[in-house]
Design a protein around this ligand. Structure first.
Ligand code: ATP
Ligand code: MG
Length: 266
């Protein structure tokens, strides 16, 4: 599979001496759905910033689309959603924030307007478009930030905790957008339930930003010992069924667990 991002031996130390990445080698293939999971402070956001070219790692290289190591040359193909939406929304109105990417990339006005209207409707932002972003609630800001990243239709989405403050209704809406995205998706999250819903491959970031495991979602998400050793817990459905069903039959999501129960009981 052609790598869209190929990271080799990334190490990152912040100026105060904190090591946040340790010898991370990670190749992301076109079209892959990956969840990068790890405990708080393990290094997920630092890895996202390094892969997105927003932090220069102390050592190692990141290569994009087999072409370049300069992220700025492929900026229009990378959708980097930062963990804190306040780092994202800096224009006078929500509309300007969402229009910013398409305008920078020279998308036609009409194409941009159509895309923005669709995203705003889907994410419940229509009535908020003319408001200043700092007047939004936490979940509204997060939805606006998601819209501003998706607005320019990047090939690769690098999304740091896109659901943190989002309620159940809009969580589903954001999930649909991410699932329907035709390119590559990498979600960075401490939520194994989210990983179970979105990912076919799971990367576990262990202590001090080293990769503790990288493999098919089912294999990683049903490995309680591995997850617990890295400060995590399996998804709720796995906790419910582990020790009751065989590893390859354990449902990974609540929806799959429900289907299993309905089949068994019905
Ligand atoms: N700007 C910074 N300066 C110094 N240390 C930092 C900085 N940002 C993060 N760190 C430290 O680097 C380590 C990794 O942080 P990072 O934000 O990448 O973790 P994370 O896995 O994203 O955590 P969370 O789940 O809480 O978002 C932590 O020890 C953190 O305290
Ligand atoms: Mg983080």
């Amino acid at each position: 599979m052609e790598p869209v991002i190929d990271a080799r031996a990334l190490t990152h130390e912040y100026p105060d001496g904190t090591t946040a990445l340790r010898d991370v080698t990670l190749s992301i293939g076109r079209g892959e759905r990956i969840a990068v999971v790890g405990a708080n402070g393990s290094g997920k956001s630092t890895l996202q910033l390094a892969l997105g070219g927003l932090v220069e790692p102390s050592a190692g290289t990141v290569r994009y689309f087999d072409q370049t190591t300069d992220a700025d040359r492929v900026r229009d193909r990378l959708g980097v959603l930062l963990q804190d939406p306040d780092d994202y929304l800096f224009n006078t109105t929500v509309r300007e924030d969402i229009e910013y990417g398409p305008a920078q990339l020279g998308m036609s006005r009409r194409a941009a307007d159509e895309r923005i209207a669709r995203l705003a409707a889907h994410l419940g932002l229509r009535d908020l478009l003319d408001r200043p972003p700092f007047r939004l609630s936490g979940g509204e800001k997060q939805r606006a930030a998601v819209a501003s990243v998706l607005a320019f239709d990047p090939d690769v989405l690098l999304l740091d905790e896109p659901f943190g403050a989002v309620d159940a209704h809009y969580r589903e809406r954001v999930r649909e957008l991410v699932t329907d995205h035709e390119g590559t998706v990498v979600v960075f999250t401490p939520s194994l339930d989210l990983a179970a819903e979105l990912a076919e491959r799971v990367v576990v970031v262990g202590e001090s930003g080293s990769i503790a495991a990288d493999g098919p979602a089912r294999e990683i998400l049903t490995d309680s010992d591995l997850l617990r050793a890295n400060g995590l817990r399996p998804p709720a459905a796995v906790q419910l069924f582990e020790g009751i069903l065989d590893g390859d039959e354990i449902p990974l999501t609540v929806a799959a667990a429900r289907r299993h129960l309905v089949d068994e009981l019905g």
